[in-house]
Every structure is written in structure tokens, then in C-alpha cells.
Design a protein around this ligand. Structure first.
Ligand code: AHM
Ligand code: MG
Length: 289
């Protein structure tokens, strides 16, 4: 399956071709540096390196008007304004779950291609995807039409599945944050889910969401008592993942509405994130109402 717009195709090709290189470049870049990202989180060397690598390559594409990442404070204007021209804005989480580098567990790269200026609503996405650095490197790509999975080797993409949909019978769940920090309603929901599904939480959203897409179920990083807006960022994590799961037949929610309808206020806004089988998300919204 190809993405119909040549600029979007070129964005996807650039990211997928860079993935094998990023994976190899993780070696020797696992240490934390003495810096924080715009969300106030400690960065590892690989976060900064992957952001620079992707930023340089994506900004060089004709038709990319903006590049933004979880690792840089401001939107980088690099072409025509995506709000008023036919150009696109690319938002990237270069290494999602990079704290897993220390323990050598799964991690990912997340990207969203918007046809509007950033920060934008998720319904301005025209394509979103992620790379999963697991035992093998895969890419899940969602377009308006379909969700596909590829295996990536040495710059090549091999199609594994062209019409990825969530299985009807959910099997797994994973929720971030500490239980005592979950609001009571969310705790009650989690207790119900615990008795129905198997726990799968790896500390990298991409790894956890990929299990939900594969086996069916729910992933959530809820609003916390100590931080009602949760941990994950709308532009770089919530929107792309919401788009992918919705295109695969599931639902996404910030607790009361689709993530794709959340109005952003600034680039690094956080939001509660829940994605998975439609009935599990509906039950969650009922609980939190
Ligand atoms: P990051 O993008 O800075 O790596 O943070 C996002 C990650 C997600 O991948 C994951 O779901 C979450 O943070 C894990 O957080 P916690 O360690 O609180 O469980
Ligand atoms: Mg992240």
C-alpha cells in the first residue's frame, strides 16, 4: 500500500528508511545527559541524536512546512505555512519510551503528518505511524483508507499486513502511572478490566499499543490525581496513536471524547490517553462521566 500524496509518501519513506539507522545508532547513546526536554523530562543521548537526524531529513523535503518534536521547544518553520498552503506539518516523538534504553526493552518512533499548522487537532492528520524497535523492526502506518504493518530491514519495507484491524475479542490491557495516583473512578474501571484481561505493560507506549493492535484490548495513560492532564503529549503521542487505533476499527479517548477532537492550546500539551476496542473505551467513558 502506498500513500497517495507524493510529499506524504516521501515523509513516510524518509522515516522508514531512517529506522534501521536509528536502531543501530542507539548503541553507545544510552546514557542520560544533563538536559531536560520541553516537558521537563530527562533526555538520553539517543533522544537528541534521533531528533536531529529526523529533523534534518524531514525539513529537507519540499512540501514539509513545519517540523516539531517532543525534544524541541518550538515548531521549526521550514517551508510554506501548512494552514494556508498545500504543505504538511510533521510532528515526531523520535524515541518514545527512551527510558527503556537503560533496561534494553522495546521502544518506538511515533509520527503524525498534519495538513494544518501545529499545534493542530488530530482530525487534521492525513497519515500517522510508528516504528517499533522490538526483536525485529516494524512499522505500522495508518492512512485515511487503511492500516498496514511492514517489516523494515536495511532501508527496505516489506508488507506484512495491509488491513490491520483490532481483533474483536480483547485479550490485553496496560495502564500507566501509579495505582494510588489514579482517580477513584479509574481505579474502579481498572479493577473490572483486571478480572477480564491479561496485564501487558512495558513502559513504552508503542510496545504496549502494538500489543493492543495485535491481540485486542486497551492501553491507557490516565489523568492522575497529581497531574490531571496525564503524561503523554497530544501532538506527538495522543493524536497519532488515536488516529492509528481509530483507523484500525478501535476508539480513542481523553476520558470523555475522541483524542482527535481535543482542541490543542500549545505544542507540548499533555492529555490523558486511552485507546483500544470500542466497547472497552465506551465503558471507560461511562465510568469517568
Ligand atoms: P517519552 O516519550 O519521554 O519516552 O515518555 C513517554 C512514555 C510512554 O512511551 C509510556 O507509555 C510512558 O512514558 C511510560 O511512563 P511511566 O514510566 O510513567 O510508566
Ligand atoms: Mg513519548
Amino acid at each position: 500500500m502506498t500513500v497517495s500524496d507524493p510529499v506524504v509518501e516521501s515523509i513516510v519513506a524518509t522515516i522508514s528508511r531512517s529506522a534501521t539507522e536509528i536502531r543501530q545508532g542507539l548503541i553507545g547513546r544510552r546514557s542520560t545527559v544533563d538536559e531536560e526536554n520541553p516537558s521537563g523530562e530527562t533526555q538520553v543521548e539517543a533522544d537528541i541524536w534521533a531528533d536531529e537526524l529526523l529533523g534534518d531529513r524531514l525539513r529537507a523535503i519540499d512540501g514539509v512546512g513545519q517540523y516539531a518534536s517532543e525534544e524541541r521547544a518550538e515548531v521549526d518553520d521550514c517551508g510554506d505555512d501548512p494552514a494556508t498552503s498545500g504543505s504538511f506539518a510533521v510532528a515526531v516523538d523520535p524515541l518514545d519510551g527512551s527510558s527503556n534504553l537503560k533496561s534494553n526493552n522495546a521502544m518506538g518512533t511515533v509520527f503524525g503528518v498534519y495538513d494544518d499548522a501545529l499545534p493542530a487537532r488530530g482530525d487534521a492528520l492525513v497519515t500517522a505511524g510508528y516504528i517499533l524497535y522490538g526483536p525485529i523492526t516494524t512499522m505500522v502506518l495508518a492512512t485515511e483508507e487503511t492500516v498496514s504493518e511492514y517489516e523494515l530491514t536495511g532501508g527496505e519495507r516489506t508488507v506484512v499486513e495491509t488491513d490491520l484491524t483490532l481483533p474483536d475479542d480483547p485479550v490485553v490491557y496496560g495502564f500507566g502511572g501509579r495505582v494510588p495516583d489514579w482517580p477513584e473512578d479509574f481505579q474502579a474501571y481498572a479493577r473490572e478490566i483486571e478480572s477480564e484481561l491479561k496485564l501487558r505493560y512495558g513502559g513504552a507506549m508503542i510496545g504496549d499499543v502494538n500489543q493492543v493492535l495485535t491481540y485486542g484490548g486497551i492501553f491507557g495513560y490516565p489523568g492522575l490525581e497529581s497531574r490531571p492532564e496525564g503524561k503523554l503529549r497530544l501532538q506527538f503521542e495522543g493524536n497519532p496513536i488515536g488516529y492509528i487505533v481509530e483507523r484500525a476499527g478501535g476508539r480513542s479517548s481523553d476520558g470523555s471524547q475522541s483524542l482527535l477532537s481535543v482542541e490543542p492550546t500549545e505544542l507540548h500539551d499533555r492529555t490523558p490517553v486511552h485507546v483500544g476496542n470500542a466497547d472497552l473505551i465506551e465503558r471507560l467513558e461511562d465510568r469517568l462521566a
